[in-house]
Structure formats: structure tokens, C-alpha cells
Design a protein around this ligand. Structure first.
Ligand code: IPE
Ligand code: IPE
Ligand code: MG
Length: 252
């Protein structure tokens, strides 16, 4: 039986009513995972893809509606050229290889970030995957590629400025809701839980606007080792939190 058809039941100690609707992940530590084993960094990225595939499946099986993964930041261009080129080729190969299965599983895949600066062949695969899955009603899977939170905010400002300049929009009409509609996440909304692997206590330019009230979970585990037990632990930890949104009591 193919792995994709096995349905993993929700662990009984998790409350199905209080799961995060949207989980975001900063998939960090691939390079260290490989280096610890005396392997080239790129093998860590390859293993990282398997981790992400598995996590997507667990999210789906456990009833989490949206998963957003940080695959490549606007700052990651500053890495050695061979690593950047390997990553671009990897994204393309994975998309080509996995699309049929994602279609079969009703996954709705979206890419966010400055996609125009990606290699043309990768852009082609991205468009093909987004078009082929746009009407799906399964899990919403968003991949942030050449994504930067500051770039996203500046881009939104530009779009809004153009509307104001044309007379279509009055400056007074700009509020948080309108602003959020100009972000890449207009459809998926803000994450409830942000997980970062490999122990780094920073957000590295990810979803700056959207994480205003997101619960943050950092684990020392390196991304290629972030399996279902780790995810389970993160969700248990999330369910112990009281989300107050600035008020005195938790609203959930
Ligand atoms: C995250 O792993 C993947 C990307 C940023 C593309 P890293 O490549 O950052 O791994 P470390 O942090 O160097 O171990
Ligand atoms: C964040 O990881 C970006 C991605 C996971 C794609 P980095 O490894 O690039 O972040 P820093 O350099 O530790 O802040
Ligand atoms: Mg890193």
C-alpha cells in the first residue's frame, strides 16, 4: 500500500477541537544535519524534502487545514552559488515528481515570494502545479520561495500606493484588513503556530506581519530529524498555551 493512502489517526492526547488551523514552519538545520554526518550540505536539503512531505501528510491526516513552509529566503541568495543552484534544481525536481500525488490527495499548493526572480524552468513548474491544484479542497500547502517578510510588506505598500495614486482608494480607507489583503497570505491568513527547528531564536524575515499573535515553538531538533513524534510534541505544547491576544483571558 503506498504511504500516501495510510491514514494516521490523531494521537488521543491531542484535542481535535483545539488544533491550530494553520501551521507555519521555518525548516532550519539541513546543513548542520549533513555536516554532523560528514556529508555535503545538499544531502541535508534532500532529506529535508522528505521531512516536509511527511509533515504535510500528518497535517492532512490530523485535520490541520493549512501548512506554510519557508523553503528559500530572499537572503539565501547570499549562499555559495552551487548550493543555491542545487536548491533551485531540487525544488523543480520535487515539484515534477510529486505533482501527480498532490493532485490525487487534493492538496492545494501555492508558492509565495518574488517568484519572477526564480529560474524560468522552476517558474514553469510552479505555475503548472498552482494551476493544476487551484480548485482542490484538501489541505492548503504554501511554499515560501524567494520570500522575505520585508519584501512582502514593501510590495503591498507599492500596490496600495498605485491604487491611491489612481484615485481608486482614499488614504483613510487603508486599514489592517485592507493591508492584509495585499499580502501573499490574503487567502490563508495568519498562522496559529510557527515552528522553527535547529534551536535558532529568530524569525529570519518570515511572515513578519502575519505572526503578530502566532504561538512560536522552537526545537533543537534539526529539520531532517523533525518527525511525527516531534510534531506531536509541538502540538501538545501549543494546546497548553493560553492565547490571550492582549486580553486577560484566553478566548479559546
Ligand atoms: C534550511 O537549512 C534550509 C534553507 C535555508 C534552504 P540550512 O541550510 O539553513 O541549514 P543550517 O542552518 O545551515 O544547518
Ligand atoms: C531561514 O533559515 C530560511 C529558511 C528556512 C528557508 P536560514 O538558515 O536562512 O536563517 P538564518 O541565516 O539562520 O537566520
Ligand atoms: Mg539555517
Amino acid at each position: 500500500m503506498p504511504e500516501s493512502t495510510i491514514l494516521h489517526p490523531l494521537p488521543p492526547d491531542l484535542d481535535a477541537q483545539r488544533l491550530p488551523a494553520h501551521v507555519a514552519v521555518i525548516m532550519d538545520g539541513n546543513g548542520r544535519w549533513a555536516q554532523e554526518r560528514g556529508l555535503p550540505r545538499i544531502l541535508g536539503h534532500q532529506r529535508g524534502v522528505e521531512t516536509l512531505k511527511n509533515l504535510l501528510r500528518y497535517c492532512r491526516d490530523w485535520g490541520i487545514g493549512a501548512l506554510t513552509a519557508y523553503a528559500f529566503s530572499t537572503e539565501n541568495w547570499g549562499r555559495p552559488r552551487v548550493e543555491v543552484e542545487f536548491l533551485m534544481a531540487l525544488f523543480e525536481a520535487v515539484l515534477r515528481r510529486e505533482l501527480a500525488e498532490m493532485i490525487a490527495e487534493q492538496v492545494r499548493i501555492r508558492f509565495v515570494g518574488d517568484l519572477q526572480s526564480l529560474p524560468a524552468t522552476l517558474q514553469g513548474e510552479i505555475q503548472r502545479a498552482m494551476l493544476a491544484t487551484q480548485d482542490h479542497d484538501g489541505i492548503q500547502f504554501t511554499v515560501a520561495t524567494n520570500y522575505g517578510g520585508r519584501q512582502e510588506i514593501v510590495r503591498a505598500c507599492r500596490e496600495i500606493a498605485v491604487r491611491v495614486q489612481s484615485g481608486e482608494l482614499a488614504p483613510d480607507a487603508i486599514d489592517e484588513e485592507l493591508f492584509a489583503r495585499h499580502l501573499y497570505t490574503a487567502e490563508s491568513g495568519d498562522p496559529d503556530l510557527l515552528i522553527r527547528t535547529s534551536g535558532e531564536m529568530r524569525v529570519s524575515n518570515f511572515l513578519l506581519w502575519q505572526i503578530a499573535y502566532t504561538e512560536i515553538y522552537v526545537t533543537e531538533t534539526l529539520w531532517p530529524d523533525f518527525g511525527p513524534e516531534e510534531f506531536h510534541r509541538a502540538l501538545l505544547n501549543y494546546q497548553e498555551r493560553q492565547r490571550r491576544f492582549g486580553r486577560l483571558r484566553s478566548s479559546s
